[in-house]
Write a protein that binds this ligand. Structure first.
Ligand SMILES: [Zn+2]
Length: 179
């Protein structure tokens, strides 16, 4: 996806500069040219895509609602976006993606003919969610040993594993972050 040009950003600011939507401040800061944030604009802007997006976000909203507390805020945002896409008259829709260096990014859905923002969802980098879960497991006890062969680490409370191996046993994938 190409980076948004200066002209594209200027047009966005002229139309939506007054804000009035979720994360408006973050979006406007990025659009005004925050160097650490990349802004891309999906070249596709047609009506058929709105119909596809309705389908996609209806499904995502339902899925997120089953995923528990960690995803609660995202589930609410995605549900609101799904509802807004359902309600919008059929028209070209444009997707903007703002990516911050900390891994947080925003997807912005612009209704081209309505000259309005249907919604903004904060998408959280999966690594951040994983890190949060990892940190929530608490410290490893120094006088214990993880049950996994070849692992020298202590166990966390209420588990026979160290943090990384407990993570692996719960999530079904290895923990790749920093320990
Ligand atoms: Zn271990």
């Amino acid at each position: 996806m190409p980076g948004a040009t200066f002209e594209q950003r200027a047009a966005f600011l002229e139309t939506h500069g007054n804000g009035g939507f979720r994360y408006a401040r973050e979006v406007m800061t990025a659009m005004r040219g925050d160097e650490r944030t990349t802004v891309t604009c999906n070249a596709r802007a047609d009506s058929a895509w709105l119909l596809e997006l309705r389908e996609i976000y209806r499904g995502r909203a339902q899925h997120l609602l089953t995923r528990g507390e960690e995803y609660e805020l995202l589930a609410i945002e995605v549900s609101m976006l799904a509802a807004a896409l359902e309600k919008a008259p059929v028209q070209p829709v444009r997707l903007w993606i703002l990516s911050q260096p900390d891994g947080v990014s925003y997807n912005i859905f612009e209704l081209v003919e309505s000259r309005a923002i249907a919604g903004v969802v904060q998408t959280e980098d999966e690594r951040i969610a994983q890190r949060r879960f990892f940190d929530s497991l608490g410290p490893e006890q120094p006088d214990t040993h993880c049950k996994r062969a070849d692992c020298e680490r202590g166990t966390i409370e209420h588990s026979v594993f160290c943090r990384a191996h407990h993570f692996e046993s719960i999530k079904g994938m290895p923990y790749l972050g920093e320990r």
